[in-house]
Design a protein around this ligand. Sequence first.
Ligand code: FAD
Length: 629
Amino acid sequence: MAVLACPSRSVRSVPILFSMMVVASSFLLHETPFYHRPPPQTKPTVPSSPTILLSSTTSSNSNTNNRKRTSGQRYPTPPRIKKTANFIEAAALSSKLSSIPPTSPQKTIAIIGGGLSGLSCAKYLTDAGHTATIYEARSVLGGKVSAWQDADGDWIETGLHIFFGAYPNMMNLFEELGIEDRLQWKAHRMTFAMADLPGQFTSFDFPPGIPAPFNMAAAILSNTEMLTLEEKIRMVPGLLPMLIEGQSFIDAQDELSVEEFMDKYGMPRRINEEIFIAMGKALDFIDPDKLSMTVILTAMNRFINEADGSQTAFIDGNQPDRLCAPIVEHVEKGGGKVVTSCPISSIELNENDDSVRCLTLSDGTEITADYYVSAMPVDVLKRLIPKRWSTKPYFAQLSELEGIPVINLQLWFDRKLTSSIDGLCFSRSPLLSVYADMSTCCDEYASETQSMVELVFAPCTKEAGADRNWIAATDAEIVDATIGELERLFPAEIGPGAPDGVGAQVVKSTVVRVPRSVYATTPGRGKYRPSQESPISNFVTAGDFATQKFLGSMEGAVLSGKLAAEVVCDWSMGVETAGGGVKSVHESVVVPEVGREPRGVSGVGPIAYGGGAQGEFGRGKGGKEMEHP
Ligand SMILES: Cc1cc2nc3c(=O)[nH]c(=O)nc-3n(C[C@H](O)[C@H](O)[C@H](O)COP(=O)(O)OP(=O)(O)OC[C@H]3O[C@@H](n4cnc5c(N)ncnc54)[C@H](O)[C@@H]3O)c2cc1C
């Protein structure tokens, strides 16, 4: 999961209130001041979530597309997500784009990439009356949210994806497409495995009906298992400037790692161990000593300021069918097209200026349009930059951004794990980030008899904080290491602690490696994120890495595509762009004096296009990607 962001200056009175609440609520909640870790509990505890209602059809096989199956309890769409300033802003941009007069010039746009940013861009260009065509390299849409069916018919996902209430553009998109019922909202709580207490979990429970930031304060204060009151109070000085100054403070912390920030504001290291490691691994698949503090603050800012911002939802099935397909339908209804298995192999320029003349396919076919949008991941875009563009600062800055590796696993068990929770869990284990039992959380994968646990394995290279390069490990090594951690998370059900000394058995496993996922948010990267508007008169950049107020996430991708559509619309109407021009490039960017030939995309598998693949292809393993989209 990789999340959030955004400014908010609307809460100047909050800091004082917040500090007062921290102290006052602790007494109201009868918490012992300067409380220390509770003694280990003797019985495994699972958060007191509402009873998991496993209803309807039972199936031991997760492979059918049976929409009648339902998983855990569905909570209503959080009522306050559409009342936030960010949602109102998202809806206003949609309305600007859909109310462009039909008399304004209608253009053709070629979009490279059918991930969420490309799909969102096409959707909003269609709403604005333009004709968009998406060229997607792979046979499946979605990029990092893509999924494919294996020989058994099981869906294999690139990644476990979680939606947040603080995803205004995503929520707005679901509403516009009329598919809001596909979001399976979970109880408003964040569940963490207890690091030192196998099989025990604790949660931050956000009380319903209480406004922000009081509901978060209550959630933090009512949890006495992760942080002491002293530690909670010592978090406040680091959070106050964020609440007072808003996004400018958050952005300014980008040069500091989480640990450096904590030292600067005197935050005890235990906050790192208890919370920030889990957040860093979940938000950017990286350890806090390597992660920019902006990432943590960005997420916390949203969660503090938006009452339902931290509430999570799962989509009710595989994303290509449940999210990408309705967008395609919308685009095609509006006269656009979505072409798959169609990789763009070069960007050709006009002789007289640096504008795009055409895109080419590997067979030499030329694609022309009025405007061109790159919705490719940054690692792929860098390889296609034409020689004449390589000496431009705008494109040179991209060399400062690079995707971070991550691994996604799906494990099918021979039985239902009874201690699974209905929602996301932060595993707080060395190798894993977050996981969910999809047989409980997601309708399409629902089963009363077999658990399918989906897990994010991160960090997974030494650069990101791992002990070894797990990307190059064999599937068996990765699965074994994961099961080792699951024995700690489910001690009564998996491994030697189970009544029969063996417990639940994995009957099937898949490992999807994504060597270049979202851009690595190491300190200081923010200043190199390019604006959607480029210095090229007919070329726009979309993608989660491009500048927008959300991080590398599904929300960031959707917003970036929407902002790219806005640039095209403004250009086509000949008006000043709403974003205020091309973002200035930081002076530290090294701009090559001599142009470089584009390196070109190497390979034809999903990895070459910034996606994830099954198969062992690590250095020295002699393996290869498996044949799939
Ligand atoms: C394991 C994992 C878990 C995640 N969990 C979460 C989560 O819980 N919440 C969240 O918000 N985000 C999460 N993310 C991040 C999220 O998936 C991404 O931020 C988002 O999907 C990126 O969308 P994008 O359009 O910018 O890029 P991509 O999804 O990478 O799309 C780019 C598209 O361009 C195509 N392409 C590339 N080159 C070419 C070419 N030459 N010609 C034609 N097409 C091309 C690719 O095939 C791809 O389809 C997760 C990511 C991973 C990997």
